[in-house]
Design a protein around this ligand. Structure first.
Ligand SMILES: NC(=O)c1ccc[n+]([C@@H]2O[C@H](COP(=O)([O-])OP(=O)(O)OC[C@H]3O[C@@H](n4cnc5c(N)ncnc54)[C@H](OP(=O)(O)O)[C@@H]3O)[C@@H](O)[C@H]2O)c1
Length: 290
Protein backbone atom coordinates (compact mmCIF):
# COMPACT_ATOMS: atom_id res chain seq x y z
CA UNK A 1 0.00 0.00 0.00
CA UNK A 2 1.50 3.32 -1.07
CA UNK A 3 1.04 6.20 1.39
CA UNK A 4 1.86 9.82 0.54
CA UNK A 5 2.45 12.07 3.55
CA UNK A 6 2.66 15.83 3.00
CA UNK A 7 4.29 18.09 5.59
CA UNK A 8 6.33 15.16 6.87
CA UNK A 9 8.72 17.52 8.71
CA UNK A 10 5.93 18.76 10.96
CA UNK A 11 4.90 17.34 14.34
CA UNK A 12 2.20 15.01 13.05
CA UNK A 13 3.96 14.13 9.80
CA UNK A 14 7.06 12.93 11.70
CA UNK A 15 5.03 10.78 14.07
CA UNK A 16 3.07 9.18 11.23
CA UNK A 17 6.25 8.31 9.35
CA UNK A 18 7.70 6.82 12.58
CA UNK A 19 4.65 4.68 13.23
CA UNK A 20 4.34 3.46 9.62
CA UNK A 21 8.04 2.51 9.61
CA UNK A 22 7.59 0.64 12.91
CA UNK A 23 4.69 -1.34 11.42
CA UNK A 24 6.84 -2.15 8.37
CA UNK A 25 9.67 -3.36 10.59
CA UNK A 26 7.30 -5.62 12.54
CA UNK A 27 6.36 -7.52 9.38
CA UNK A 28 8.14 -9.99 7.13
CA UNK A 29 7.28 -7.93 4.06
CA UNK A 30 6.94 -4.14 4.55
CA UNK A 31 3.25 -3.31 4.40
CA UNK A 32 3.61 0.33 3.41
CA UNK A 33 5.58 2.17 0.75
CA UNK A 34 6.01 5.55 2.41
CA UNK A 35 6.34 8.68 0.29
CA UNK A 36 7.24 11.26 2.95
CA UNK A 37 7.36 14.73 1.42
CA UNK A 38 8.35 18.08 2.88
CA UNK A 39 7.52 21.52 1.55
CA UNK A 40 10.73 21.40 -0.53
CA UNK A 41 9.71 18.15 -2.26
CA UNK A 42 6.04 18.93 -2.65
CA UNK A 43 4.54 22.37 -2.00
CA UNK A 44 0.83 21.60 -1.64
CA UNK A 45 -0.11 25.12 -2.75
CA UNK A 46 1.36 24.45 -6.22
CA UNK A 47 -1.53 22.89 -8.12
CA UNK A 48 0.49 21.66 -11.12
CA UNK A 49 3.21 20.07 -9.00
CA UNK A 50 0.67 18.36 -6.74
CA UNK A 51 -1.20 17.00 -9.74
CA UNK A 52 1.95 15.75 -11.47
CA UNK A 53 3.33 14.19 -8.28
CA UNK A 54 0.15 12.32 -7.39
CA UNK A 55 -0.70 11.21 -10.92
CA UNK A 56 2.86 9.96 -11.41
CA UNK A 57 3.23 8.19 -8.03
CA UNK A 58 -0.36 6.91 -7.74
CA UNK A 59 -0.57 6.60 -3.93
CA UNK A 60 -3.43 4.59 -2.47
CA UNK A 61 -3.75 7.00 0.45
CA UNK A 62 -2.76 10.67 0.79
CA UNK A 63 -2.37 12.03 4.32
CA UNK A 64 -2.22 15.81 4.43
CA UNK A 65 -0.19 16.92 7.45
CA UNK A 66 0.95 20.13 5.74
CA UNK A 67 -0.54 23.40 6.92
CA UNK A 68 0.26 27.00 7.72
CA UNK A 69 -0.13 26.61 11.49
CA UNK A 70 1.18 29.97 12.76
CA UNK A 71 -2.17 31.19 14.03
CA UNK A 72 -1.19 34.81 14.71
CA UNK A 73 0.92 35.14 11.54
CA UNK A 74 -2.13 34.05 9.51
CA UNK A 75 -3.83 37.33 10.49
CA UNK A 76 -1.07 39.27 8.69
CA UNK A 77 -0.46 36.78 5.86
CA UNK A 78 -4.01 36.08 4.76
CA UNK A 79 -3.11 35.04 1.22
CA UNK A 80 -0.46 32.58 2.38
CA UNK A 81 -2.90 31.07 4.89
CA UNK A 82 -5.60 30.51 2.24
CA UNK A 83 -3.09 29.29 -0.38
CA UNK A 84 -1.78 26.56 1.92
CA UNK A 85 -4.74 25.70 4.16
CA UNK A 86 -7.54 26.06 1.61
CA UNK A 87 -6.09 25.76 -1.91
CA UNK A 88 -3.49 23.21 -0.75
CA UNK A 89 -6.29 20.96 0.50
CA UNK A 90 -8.20 21.48 -2.75
CA UNK A 91 -5.16 20.58 -4.86
CA UNK A 92 -4.70 17.34 -2.94
CA UNK A 93 -8.41 16.48 -3.15
CA UNK A 94 -8.58 17.02 -6.92
CA UNK A 95 -5.39 15.05 -7.60
CA UNK A 96 -6.30 12.21 -5.17
CA UNK A 97 -9.60 11.82 -6.96
CA UNK A 98 -7.81 11.39 -10.31
CA UNK A 99 -5.95 8.30 -9.03
CA UNK A 100 -8.82 7.07 -6.83
CA UNK A 101 -6.77 7.62 -3.66
CA UNK A 102 -8.29 8.05 -0.24
CA UNK A 103 -7.53 11.43 1.37
CA UNK A 104 -6.92 11.94 5.07
CA UNK A 105 -7.06 15.65 5.83
CA UNK A 106 -6.29 17.20 9.22
CA UNK A 107 -8.34 20.13 10.48
CA UNK A 108 -8.79 22.03 13.70
CA UNK A 109 -10.98 22.99 16.66
CA UNK A 110 -10.54 26.61 15.47
CA UNK A 111 -13.39 26.07 12.97
CA UNK A 112 -15.73 26.67 15.95
CA UNK A 113 -16.47 30.02 17.60
CA UNK A 114 -15.73 28.72 21.11
CA UNK A 115 -18.93 30.07 22.68
CA UNK A 116 -20.34 26.62 23.51
CA UNK A 117 -20.55 25.27 27.05
CA UNK A 118 -20.50 21.64 25.90
CA UNK A 119 -18.03 19.64 23.80
CA UNK A 120 -18.61 20.15 20.07
CA UNK A 121 -19.72 17.20 17.96
CA UNK A 122 -19.01 16.87 14.26
CA UNK A 123 -22.22 18.42 12.90
CA UNK A 124 -22.28 21.44 15.19
CA UNK A 125 -22.31 24.78 13.40
CA UNK A 126 -18.87 26.05 12.41
CA UNK A 127 -18.02 29.73 12.80
CA UNK A 128 -14.28 30.35 12.80
CA UNK A 129 -13.12 33.62 14.33
CA UNK A 130 -9.55 33.72 13.00
CA UNK A 131 -7.97 33.71 9.54
CA UNK A 132 -6.35 30.38 10.42
CA UNK A 133 -9.72 28.85 11.34
CA UNK A 134 -11.44 30.31 8.27
CA UNK A 135 -8.74 29.08 5.89
CA UNK A 136 -8.84 25.59 7.48
CA UNK A 137 -12.65 25.49 7.19
CA UNK A 138 -12.41 26.37 3.49
CA UNK A 139 -9.90 23.51 3.17
CA UNK A 140 -12.44 21.14 4.73
CA UNK A 141 -15.12 22.30 2.29
CA UNK A 142 -12.86 21.77 -0.72
CA UNK A 143 -12.02 18.26 0.48
CA UNK A 144 -15.73 17.45 0.86
CA UNK A 145 -16.46 18.94 -2.54
CA UNK A 146 -13.70 17.36 -4.63
CA UNK A 147 -12.94 14.02 -2.97
CA UNK A 148 -15.30 11.08 -2.62
CA UNK A 149 -13.12 9.10 -0.27
CA UNK A 150 -12.07 11.46 2.46
CA UNK A 151 -11.52 11.45 6.19
CA UNK A 152 -11.39 14.90 7.79
CA UNK A 153 -9.99 14.70 11.32
CA UNK A 154 -10.33 17.81 13.47
CA UNK A 155 -7.75 17.84 16.22
CA UNK A 156 -6.59 20.40 18.81
CA UNK A 157 -3.76 21.55 21.10
CA UNK A 158 -1.35 19.17 19.36
CA UNK A 159 2.12 18.35 20.70
CA UNK A 160 4.82 16.05 19.37
CA UNK A 161 8.29 16.46 17.86
CA UNK A 162 8.27 20.17 17.00
CA UNK A 163 7.32 23.53 18.41
CA UNK A 164 4.37 23.39 20.76
CA UNK A 165 2.99 24.73 24.05
CA UNK A 166 4.70 22.06 26.15
CA UNK A 167 8.15 22.93 24.89
CA UNK A 168 7.42 26.65 25.17
CA UNK A 169 6.47 26.23 28.84
CA UNK A 170 9.62 24.25 29.62
CA UNK A 171 11.78 26.78 27.79
CA UNK A 172 10.15 29.73 29.61
CA UNK A 173 10.60 28.04 32.98
CA UNK A 174 14.36 28.13 32.50
CA UNK A 175 14.63 31.93 32.62
CA UNK A 176 11.66 32.82 34.82
CA UNK A 177 10.46 32.22 38.38
CA UNK A 178 6.86 33.06 37.42
CA UNK A 179 4.89 32.51 34.24
CA UNK A 180 1.47 33.93 33.29
CA UNK A 181 -0.87 31.50 31.54
CA UNK A 182 -4.49 32.01 30.47
CA UNK A 183 -7.08 30.13 32.50
CA UNK A 184 -10.22 30.97 30.50
CA UNK A 185 -9.53 28.99 27.31
CA UNK A 186 -10.47 25.31 27.45
CA UNK A 187 -9.53 22.45 25.15
CA UNK A 188 -8.03 18.97 24.99
CA UNK A 189 -4.23 18.66 24.73
CA UNK A 190 -3.59 15.95 22.13
CA UNK A 191 -0.51 13.85 21.52
CA UNK A 192 0.59 13.19 17.93
CA UNK A 193 1.18 9.59 19.06
CA UNK A 194 -2.52 9.07 19.79
CA UNK A 195 -3.62 10.92 16.66
CA UNK A 196 -1.27 9.03 14.33
CA UNK A 197 -2.55 5.71 15.70
CA UNK A 198 -6.13 6.66 14.91
CA UNK A 199 -5.20 7.91 11.42
CA UNK A 200 -3.47 4.62 10.61
CA UNK A 201 -6.47 2.63 11.76
CA UNK A 202 -9.15 4.71 10.07
CA UNK A 203 -7.32 5.12 6.74
CA UNK A 204 -7.72 1.43 5.97
CA UNK A 205 -11.50 1.53 6.48
CA UNK A 206 -14.25 2.97 4.35
CA UNK A 207 -15.70 4.99 7.22
CA UNK A 208 -15.41 8.22 5.27
CA UNK A 209 -16.53 11.52 6.80
CA UNK A 210 -15.73 14.21 9.35
CA UNK A 211 -14.31 13.21 12.75
CA UNK A 212 -13.29 14.90 15.96
CA UNK A 213 -9.96 13.47 17.04
CA UNK A 214 -8.54 14.69 20.36
CA UNK A 215 -7.37 13.16 23.61
CA UNK A 216 -10.10 12.59 26.18
CA UNK A 217 -10.87 15.09 28.93
CA UNK A 218 -10.45 18.85 29.01
CA UNK A 219 -8.47 21.56 30.79
CA UNK A 220 -7.41 25.20 30.50
CA UNK A 221 -3.97 26.26 29.28
CA UNK A 222 -3.27 27.14 32.94
CA UNK A 223 -4.21 23.61 34.10
CA UNK A 224 -2.09 22.16 31.30
CA UNK A 225 0.95 24.26 32.27
CA UNK A 226 0.59 23.25 35.94
CA UNK A 227 0.42 19.57 34.96
CA UNK A 228 3.55 19.88 32.79
CA UNK A 229 5.57 21.50 35.59
CA UNK A 230 4.34 19.00 38.17
CA UNK A 231 5.25 16.02 35.98
CA UNK A 232 8.66 17.50 35.19
CA UNK A 233 9.26 18.54 38.81
CA UNK A 234 9.91 22.12 37.75
CA UNK A 235 9.57 24.72 40.47
CA UNK A 236 7.94 27.72 38.80
CA UNK A 237 4.96 29.81 39.86
CA UNK A 238 2.12 29.77 37.34
CA UNK A 239 -0.16 32.82 37.50
CA UNK A 240 -3.64 32.46 36.00
CA UNK A 241 -4.53 35.35 33.70
CA UNK A 242 -7.45 36.14 31.39
CA UNK A 243 -7.32 36.04 27.58
CA UNK A 244 -8.13 39.75 27.44
CA UNK A 245 -4.89 40.44 29.31
CA UNK A 246 -2.76 38.29 26.99
CA UNK A 247 -2.61 40.23 23.77
CA UNK A 248 -2.29 38.29 20.54
CA UNK A 249 -3.36 38.97 16.97
CA UNK A 250 -5.78 36.10 16.42
CA UNK A 251 -8.96 35.51 18.39
CA UNK A 252 -8.89 32.02 19.88
CA UNK A 253 -11.97 30.01 20.87
CA UNK A 254 -12.62 30.18 24.62
CA UNK A 255 -14.09 26.69 24.69
CA UNK A 256 -13.08 24.31 21.92
CA UNK A 257 -13.40 20.91 23.53
CA UNK A 258 -14.26 18.33 20.87
CA UNK A 259 -16.32 15.20 21.51
CA UNK A 260 -14.97 12.29 19.42
CA UNK A 261 -18.57 11.30 18.86
CA UNK A 262 -18.20 9.76 15.37
CA UNK A 263 -15.01 7.86 16.29
CA UNK A 264 -16.86 6.37 19.25
CA UNK A 265 -19.76 5.35 16.97
CA UNK A 266 -17.44 3.40 14.65
CA UNK A 267 -15.46 1.91 17.55
CA UNK A 268 -12.16 3.62 16.71
CA UNK A 269 -11.79 6.07 19.58
CA UNK A 270 -8.49 4.85 21.02
CA UNK A 271 -7.50 8.27 22.39
CA UNK A 272 -6.19 8.21 25.94
CA UNK A 273 -6.98 10.83 28.56
CA UNK A 274 -4.81 13.89 28.03
CA UNK A 275 -3.09 13.45 31.44
CA UNK A 276 -1.89 9.96 30.45
CA UNK A 277 -0.57 11.02 27.06
CA UNK A 278 1.31 14.06 28.37
CA UNK A 279 2.93 11.95 31.08
CA UNK A 280 4.31 9.55 28.48
CA UNK A 281 5.45 12.42 26.23
CA UNK A 282 7.33 14.13 29.06
CA UNK A 283 9.15 10.93 29.97
CA UNK A 284 10.45 10.72 26.42
CA UNK A 285 11.12 14.44 26.27
CA UNK A 286 13.46 14.25 29.26
CA UNK A 287 15.45 11.58 27.39
CA UNK A 288 15.83 13.74 24.29
CA UNK A 289 16.86 16.77 26.40
CA UNK A 290 19.83 14.99 27.96
N1 LIG B 1 -0.40 22.25 16.23
C1 LIG B 1 -1.63 22.31 16.73
O1 LIG B 1 -1.82 22.64 17.92
C2 LIG B 1 -2.81 21.94 15.89
C3 LIG B 1 -4.10 22.07 16.43
C4 LIG B 1 -5.20 21.72 15.64
C5 LIG B 1 -5.01 21.26 14.36
N2 LIG B 1 -3.76 21.17 13.84
C6 LIG B 1 -3.60 20.68 12.46
O2 LIG B 1 -2.87 19.48 12.50
C7 LIG B 1 -2.08 19.36 11.33
C8 LIG B 1 -0.65 19.05 11.71
O3 LIG B 1 -0.17 20.10 12.56
P1 LIG B 1 1.32 20.12 13.10
O4 LIG B 1 1.28 20.64 14.49
O5 LIG B 1 2.00 18.85 12.79
O6 LIG B 1 1.91 21.28 12.17
P2 LIG B 1 3.42 21.72 11.98
O7 LIG B 1 4.31 21.08 12.97
O8 LIG B 1 3.41 23.21 11.85
O9 LIG B 1 3.76 21.09 10.55
C9 LIG B 1 3.20 21.58 9.38
C10 LIG B 1 4.12 21.18 8.26
O10 LIG B 1 3.56 21.66 7.04
C11 LIG B 1 4.64 22.12 6.24
N3 LIG B 1 4.15 23.05 5.24
C12 LIG B 1 3.78 24.34 5.39
N4 LIG B 1 3.41 24.84 4.21
C13 LIG B 1 3.53 23.85 3.30
C14 LIG B 1 3.30 23.76 1.90
N5 LIG B 1 2.85 24.80 1.21
N6 LIG B 1 3.53 22.58 1.29
C15 LIG B 1 4.00 21.51 1.99
N7 LIG B 1 4.25 21.55 3.30
C16 LIG B 1 4.02 22.71 3.94
C17 LIG B 1 5.56 22.78 7.23
O11 LIG B 1 6.83 22.93 6.65
P3 LIG B 1 7.77 24.19 7.03
O12 LIG B 1 8.21 23.90 8.43
O13 LIG B 1 8.83 24.11 6.01
O14 LIG B 1 6.92 25.39 6.93
C18 LIG B 1 5.54 21.79 8.37
O15 LIG B 1 6.50 20.78 8.20
C19 LIG B 1 -2.28 20.66 10.56
O16 LIG B 1 -3.28 20.46 9.57
C20 LIG B 1 -2.80 21.63 11.59
O17 LIG B 1 -3.62 22.63 11.01
C21 LIG B 1 -2.65 21.48 14.58
Amino acid sequence: MKILITGSNGQLGKELVNQLKLINRSMNQPKYTILATTRDDLDISNQINVDNFIVYNKPNIVINCAAYTKVDACEDNIEIAYKINALGARNLAVASEKVNAKLVHISTDYVFNGFSKYPYIEDNKTEPKSVYGKSKLMGEKFVEQFSHKYFILRTAWLYGDGNNFVKTMIRLSKGNKEINVVDDQFGSPTSTVDLAEVIIRIMETEHYGVYHATCEGECSWYDFAKEIFELKNIDVKVNPIKSKDFKCKAQRPLYSVLDNFMLKLIGLNSFRRWEESIEEYLKEYSISEN
